[in-house]
Write a protein that binds this ligand. Sequence first.
Ligand code: ZN
Length: 380
Amino acid sequence: MVTHERVAENVYSFQSEVYAQVNAGVIAGPSWAVVIDTLPFADETKAIRDFVEQELNVPVRYVINTHYHADHTWGNIFFPGAMIISSSLCRQLLDERGRPSLEQARSQSPNQFRNVDIVLPHLTFDDGEMGLRIGKKTLRLIHLPGHSADGIGVLIEEDRVLFSGDVFMPVPYIVDGDIEDMVNSLSHVASIGLENVIPGHGDIVLRGEIEGTIKENISYLTAIQRVVRKAARRRYPLDMLEQVKIAACGKSRVLLGGLAEELHRRNLIALYRHLFAEMPIGSEEWDYWEDEDEEPFEDEIFYDTDEEDEKRKVVVKSRASVAASSKAKESKKDEENDDEDEDDEDDRDEWEKEDIDPDDEKILESSELDDDDDETKEIP
Ligand SMILES: [Zn+2]
């Protein structure tokens, strides 16, 4: 149900087997323990609690939430004796967005969420960082925005181990976040000098892989910006956003148990909406248009229980955020003006010849988009 791994002395990571390889952590001291993030399903969160109480023989005194998303916070309620810690913004967002999200999830699968409630953090911090001493270890809670604005990481100083939250994961996911923040946070992580990073999702990243993975993530973020800007010059930008696969941006599609391609697709559309404050137009109705009328500013996870066989099915549902700034529109206009000497049709033909053949996915995944000389490696 949930697998755990010993990362360092008295430091453990836990990975969900049901939902998107999401990770949680435990640091145990002589008389109490700290939990970093909870897992999406009650059973898995309770398994962590049981491990701490029964195997490590200490109670959980603190739970740290790295950010407000459901898969990291909705298990707070299963630690009734613990003090919950987060950034102040995390507390605010969990209050404003987490509550309606849970209501909606509950209406869809009442059984799954019968015992779940939002528990807001008790202790929060704004700027700078927070320290927490446990046994002989010093935890430093540092701001790492990018996946979401409220993100923090937990650095175990003596072990050089970082629980990064979702700012660092196999496929960068920026639908509820900000690319520039993410690049800055990743660059900061690269500068710390770490033995291990436990990402918000996916396998532990070892010392020798950290720099390369960060480089790869940053080059992916650069690639998707390039794709979105090129798409914006097309008559039907959505067609291009739907056609440029994740492999063309330097990431493997098999990452995160096969979720990678879908996360990538949402990144592109969210980034387009963020930059140009409008939905990209397609020549035909792509599936995405079904979501058009939904509210913006949400990144939600719904859990569906199949009543028939009680087998849980997880649906990740994201809603791209809309930055309705006229400034963004202006910048698009400027770009269009810059390109006005180019013939739109020619531009399109040229792109299709060089980079994209809508009928051939292999060509779509060619490295044509990588006009940087970044070396990228496949993560198995
Ligand atoms: Zn997550």
